[in-house]
Design a protein around this ligand. Sequence first.
Ligand SMILES: [Zn+2]
Length: 172
Amino acid sequence: MRSKRDTCDKCKATDIKQKHLHKVNGSWLCKKCYREHRINHRQETIEKTGIKDELRLLKNKEKREYEKERRSKLKKFKPKKFIQKENPLPKIKGSKRNQKFENNNLFLTLEEKRNLFRILKRRGIDEDEVKERIKNLTESLQNLRKKLRENKISKEELSKKKMEMLEELWNH
Ligand SMILES: [Zn+2]
């Protein structure tokens, strides 16, 4: 058992003065090895933090894009939610077409028209007025379909227009 430490654990050099030995992670390094270790360590740190920075930037970018997408989705769905809450369209059991209409289809089936007719009349609207409103809605939908085909209308405008049309339909 040596009473005096004088050996470098890395390059095994001996007779090193105590003050020139540096303790690193449990081993003792001579001056030369210690300097090498520090240079490597610094390089490693730079590399690691460099990667970290990149990862952080990427994460932030992803977050921003996710948030952007989430917001635009919210924006798109808002008018629809509003329609469903304020002016629920009549539900026809088992009718896939009706679901489609709610999900952006711009077409009213005969069944849907009949259903609307019944509901509007039940709300105390005059029969002729009900017919007129359904006729107007059908025409507006036709018009929207045309605009959509010709790419003259954006998704947002489309939702807004549909909402306006439905408000008109249910107004007293
Ligand atoms: Zn050494």
